[in-house]
Design a protein around this ligand. Structure first.
Ligand code: NAD
Length: 296
């Protein structure tokens, strides 16, 4: 039986670890929150009071944490993963963090003889609970092949994106594109409305024409055309503006590190910053449709 240490049992980590338990793996968890540990124990896992204790004896370590600085601390501190994981353990970081830190931590792991992949996800809390997350994986071929069977119970899709850090690169590039496309779709609906065009009519035209994209046809920012989209539920997330902004800031950090030219990405980050500053961080990111007209 594979023994997995799971560090970070929050909105994403707890349901993910439950899917590992459901696939007959044993889970040794650690989180700063006692409630999170109780949640794991209630599902049949073991809760520990430090990272070191949780990772000792585990075949695989998975981290699902809020930021790059926290990931670095959890891996590199005295009581951390690198000082306590057993020889040959596979290390998987599924947190969404900056590319630079992901590569630095993987490098430190490699120096200690560990194989490591970055494996950020998309699919949100719903995908974590359903075991249908999309994993974007960065690391060597052998590390990827070792990680695949561990990720499978939590995954709908697993893509090897290349070298270490490339999982994070794919995630920030995708979400920068998503932010831009959602703003574009919202601008088009707002202009159409101002010109007297009916939402459903514009949807029927654009969804069958060159304006077609996921933000329009799967996550439409106006109520009506796509019944499951958050626009039909008063823009409750879904994918909250604050989380989109976190990813856009990581994208902008990546842009600065390689001097890429991303004027639309920069504008999208500016618009979502405004929305968050106005107190709407908890609103679904498709609520940008209303933000753009001043209605939110
Ligand atoms: P969360 O805040 O619900 O969970 C994070 C957990 O980490 C918390 O339980 C917290 O107590 C724990 N933690 C923080 N510092 C710790 C430490 N030093 N040691 C041990 N535990 C510690 O966040 P989340 O929504 O589960 O997100 C986790 C990661 O997944 C983030 O990087 C996020 O960007 C990414 N992500 C989230 C979503 C989403 O929809 N929530 C979607 C995709 C990716």
């Amino acid at each position: 039986m594979t023994t997995v240490a799971f560090i970070g049992l929050g909105n994403m980590g707890l349901p993910m670890s439950k899917n590992l338990l459901g696939a007959d793996m044993s889970v040794r968890g650690f989180d700063l929150s006692a409630d999170a540990l109780d949640g794991l124990r209630g599902a049949g896992g073991e809760g520990f009071t430090s990272v070191g204790e949780a990772v000792r004896g585990a075949d695989v370590v998975i981290t699902m944490l809020p930021s790059g600085a926290i990931v670095k601390g959890v891996y590199e501190s005295e009581d951390g993963v690198l000082a306590n994981a057993k020889e040959g353990a596979l290390l998987i970081d599924s947190s969404t963090i900056d590319v630079e830190t992901a590569r630095a931590v993987a490098e430190a792991a490699g120096q200690k003889g560990f194989e490591m992949v970055d494996a950020p996800v998309s699919g949100g809390v719903g995908g974590a609970a359903a075991g249908t997350l999309a994993f974007m994986v960065g690391g060597s071929d052998t590390a990827f092949e070792r990680a695949k069977p561990v990720l499978e119970p939590m995954a709908g899709k697993i893509v090897h994106c290349g070298q270490s850090g490339n999982g994070q690169a794919a995630k920030v590039c995708n979400n920068m594109l998503l932010a831009i496309s959602m703003i574009g779709v919202s601008e088009a609906f707002n202009l159409g409305r101002a010109l007297g065009l009916d939402d459903q009519v514009f949807f029927d035209v654009a969804s069958n024409a060159s304006g077609q994209c996921w933000s329009l046809t799967s996550y439409c920012p106006v109520p009506g055309p796509v019944p499951t989209s958050p626009a039909n539920n008063d823009y409750k997330p879904g994918f909250a503006t604050a989380l989109m902004l976190k990813d856009l800031k990581l994208a902008m950090q990546a842009v600065a590190s390689v001097s890429a030219n991303t004027p639309m990405g920069a504008k999208a980050a500016e618009i979502y910053t405004e929305m968050d500053d106005n107190g709407h961080g908890g609103v679904d990111f498709s609520g940008v449709l209303k933000h753009l007209t001043g209605a939110l």
